[in-house]
Structure formats: structure tokens, C-alpha cells
Design a protein. Sequence first.
Length: 315
Amino acid sequence: MQITSATPHRWGYNGHKHVMPTCGLGSDWLPMPFGLKQLIHSSMSIRRTLLLSIFASLYIFVATAQTPPPQKLYMYLIYHKLNPGLTIQDALPVEREWKKINQAAVDEGRLEGWYMTVKQFTSNPNQTEYDYVTRIISKEMAIRGASPEAMARIYGDSVQAKMADLQKRDRNTAPVVKMEIWEISDGAYTPRFAPDNTQFMIVERMKRRTPGADYEGVLKQIKKLGEERIKRGNLLAWDFASLVIPNGSEKGYEFSTSQFVKSLSDVANPVQADSPTPLMPAPAYKQLRSQAAQTFDVVRQEVYRFMEYTNKPGN
């Protein structure tokens, strides 16, 4: 799916790029690419139901004290392919400009984060399908970009001209080849965790071996192991996400997990089996791996480094 830009929305930019005509979500909402327009229209009732369920859960009285469930986040993955003859170094000036704009949105609390992640390894047989991925994290299934006031502070009275030029440079450097929307529904994180260029991110795209089968039991065990790894310092963060759009059996995967580590050796020895006090006995870890393999088929594994990223105030 080739995604290109079209008529600039309002100020020529609303916190993202490659924009298309709006989907009727209001002047402050990012227009979605045309290929997703009809899907978004048809999923509005689902989205309203989802939001209502989230709001309702916030007001349920809990008789006993317990850890509140993690807040759901939405992750937009935008896959870029460099034009022939260009390298990541050619893309950096363009992405750094987008970083400046998205940092303004983060500072205003309109986005949770923006990250340029560069592929290091992939199991994808088509090694050149895409070269890097920008990740946008939002509390809503929509991207609320920098406000008009913030854009004016960055570009003065030349917002439209500057954005038109940036979008042109973007298309000429590394156009978007596909886009996905994920819902991050669970995770474990070190205090004040924030991705940066000292980390690796190991991503696994998965599907259930038996369609519709329950996976919550094994997922809880995987998360518990992640929490113990964080306490020992060989994992910075772990999260679990479900594919929202575009989703279908032909897609090949439905879930994704991400591990954030300082070194790939942390992935090779997740339970610290060679230490006097391993996180999990060898037989128990072998059983967990077997249960996970019986539940999930890892369709694709990729390793990324963070090249550019926003910083959230307070981190």
C-alpha cells in the first residue's frame, strides 16, 4: 500500500505526515490515509463501544486495594522505504524535522511519544520491504498533533510553506509503504522508562496456532517473568499489543510483543540460568517456552535501534 500526501489539513500539518482528506473527526484530529478512510468510518461504532468500556472501567468501585489495570495505548507504525541510492543518513534531516514537530505535541500532552526506529535484523524473507519504522504512541485511537499555536511558534507565519516543503522532502527520501494501528493492552516497565538510543527493541509478531484460542494464562506467565527480569536488571520494558487496523487472516499476525534491552545478551539468557539464583528453574522455564510455542506462532521477529525520539516532560 503506497501512502502519499494530499491537501494539507488546516495548518498543513497536525502532528503527523502523509496526510489525506479528513474522516470527519474534527479539525484537531489527524486525517487518516485514504486507504484507511472507509475502515475508520465503519469502525466508529466499535471505537465508541471501546471507549465507553474504558471509561466505565475507570469508575468501577474496587472493594479491596489492588494494582489498577494498565492504561491502554495506541501505537501507529509507519513503515518507510528509502528511495534507491539513499541511506538512513539521508533520512535523518527529514525525521529530525518531524521530531521537532512531534516533540511540541508531546510537550502539550497531545501525544505520548514519537520514535524513529531503524531495522537491524529481520526474519522477513523480503529484507528490503522497508528500512525503518516511525512509532507514534497516543492515548486515543487517533493522532492529535501539535496545536496551531505550537506550529506557529516553530515556523512563524510560514507554517503551510514549511510543511509543504517538508512533505515533499519526505516523499523524495523515504516514502511510506504501509501503516498499522495497534492497541497496547499490557506491559511491564522500569520506573520512568523511556526509549532511547542505548537500547535494542526486539519485536515479535505472532498469531494463535488455534484461531480464537484463549491465551491469557500463558500471557500472564510471560508478563510475570518480564516483571522479574526487570527487577534483576536484564529487561527495561515489555509490552503486548493487538493489531487493530488493518486486521484479517491474510495479514499473517494478530499480536505483537516488544522487549526493550540494553544488550542482546539479555535476550539470550532471560532467566539468568548461569547465576546462583536464576529467575526460574530450568524445567519451569522449559515448560513455559513449550506452552508459549503451543499457543503462539511467531511469524516474524525483528530487532530495532532507536535513532531519533521525543522526550516526555518529567522523564
